[in-house]
Design a protein around this ligand. Structure first.
Ligand code: ZN
Ligand code: ZN
Length: 252
C-alpha cells in the first residue's frame, strides 16, 4: 500500500491511497482542473480513481467532490449528515456510510471514525489493505478515547497539527474564528497532536505525516519544535504542505 497528498491545509485537501492497482481519494478541496493537475504530479488521472470518500462538508474537503464525481462517474462514500449539510446536486453514485460502520471497497477495509469537529456528521478514516493500516486524522478539536483507540493499530498516520496556540491567539483571525479553531470542535494544536503521539506506539509507524498545518497560525519550525521529540521513534517523519501535499509514501 502507498499513499500521497494533493495538498494539505485550510485551502484544500485530498489524500490518495493505492493498493493492488486500485486508488481511493479521501476528500477533494480543489477544482476539477486543479485536481487533474495535482493528480498528474503524482502520476494519476481521475479515471484511475475507484471512489471518493468524504470526511465532512467543509469546503477545503468537499468543494471539488461533486464536479469530480459527475465528470468521471465516481462513487462517493459519505455520511448522511455530511450529504445533507450541503446541496451537492446530482451525484452519479452515492454510497452512505451509516453509523460509522466499517465497509469493504475493493482491496480496502475502511473504518470510519467519529471525531469532534464543527460539522454535521464528520468521519475520519482508518484504511487497511494487505495487512497494513493507514490512519488519516485531521479536522478534530480534541483527542477522544474513541479516537485514541481507533488509530492504535496504524502502520502509517496522517495527523493534523493545525496551529500554535500563541500564534493563533495573537494572529489576525477574528475572535470568533480563533475560538472556533482553538476550541474542542475545531482543530488540533501542535501540543494536542503531540499529546496523541505520547499515548501512541510511535515505533510501529513506518510513516508519520504531520498535516493540515495552518499557514496563518502555525509554522514548520513551531510544529517541528513540539512534534519532533515525540515523533522521533517513527520510521520516517514528513510535514505536508498546502501546495504540494506530499509525494507517494510506501507502507511495506
Ligand atoms: Zn480542513
Ligand atoms: Zn473541517
Amino acid at each position: 500500500m502507498r499513499f500521497a497528498s494533493l495538498g494539505s491545509g485550510s485551502k484544500g485537501n485530498g489524500t490518495l491511497i493505492e493498493a493492488d492497482g486500485e486508488t481511493l481519494l479521501i476528500d477533494c478541496g480543489f477544482s476539477v482542473k486543479d485536481t487533474v493537475a495535482r493528480l498528474a504530479r503524482l502520476g494519476k488521472t481521475p479515471d484511475q480513481l475507484s471512489a471518493v470518500l468524504v470526511t465532512h462538508e467543509h469546503g477545503d474537503h468537499l468543494r471539488g467532490v461533486p464536479a469530480l464525481a459527475r465528470k468521471y462517474n465516481l462513487p462517493v462514500y459519505i455520511t448522511p449528515g455530511t450529504f445533507k449539510a450541503k446541496a451537492l446536486g446530482n451525484l452519479p453514485d452515492v454510497r452512505f456510510i451509516e453509523g460509522y460502520q466499517a465497509f469493504e471497497l475493493g482491496p480496502f477495509s475502511v473504518q470510519p471514525v467519529a471525531v469532534p469537529h464543527d460539522a454535521r456528521e464528520p468521519a475520519q478514516f482508518v484504511v487497511t489493505a494487505n495487512q497494513k493500516t493507514l490512519g488519516v486524522l485531521t479536522d478534530l478539536g480534541m483527542i477522544t478515547a474513541h479516537v485514541q483507540d481507533s488509530y492504535q493499530d496504524c502502520d502509517a498516520l496522517v495527523l493534523e497539527a493545525n496551529h500554535d496556540p500563541v500564534m493563533l491567539a495573537y494572529g489576525s483571525y477574528p475572535q470568533s474564528l480563533k475560538q472556533r479553531v482553538g476550541g474542542p470542535w475545531g482543530h488540533l494544536s501542535n501540543q494536542q497532536s503531540a499529546g496523541f503521539l505520547e499515548h501512541f506506539d510511535v515505533a510501529r509507524l513506518q510513516q508519520l505525516v504531520i498535516a493540515h498545518i495552518s499557514q496563518q497560525n502555525n509554522s514548520l519550525e513551531a510544529a517541528e519544535l513540539v512534534l519532533g521529540p515525540v515523533s522521533a521513534g517513527a520510521g520516517q517523519v514528513h510535514y505536508a504542505c498546502q501546495d504540494q501535499g506530499f509525494d507517494w509514501l510506501e507502507i511495506h
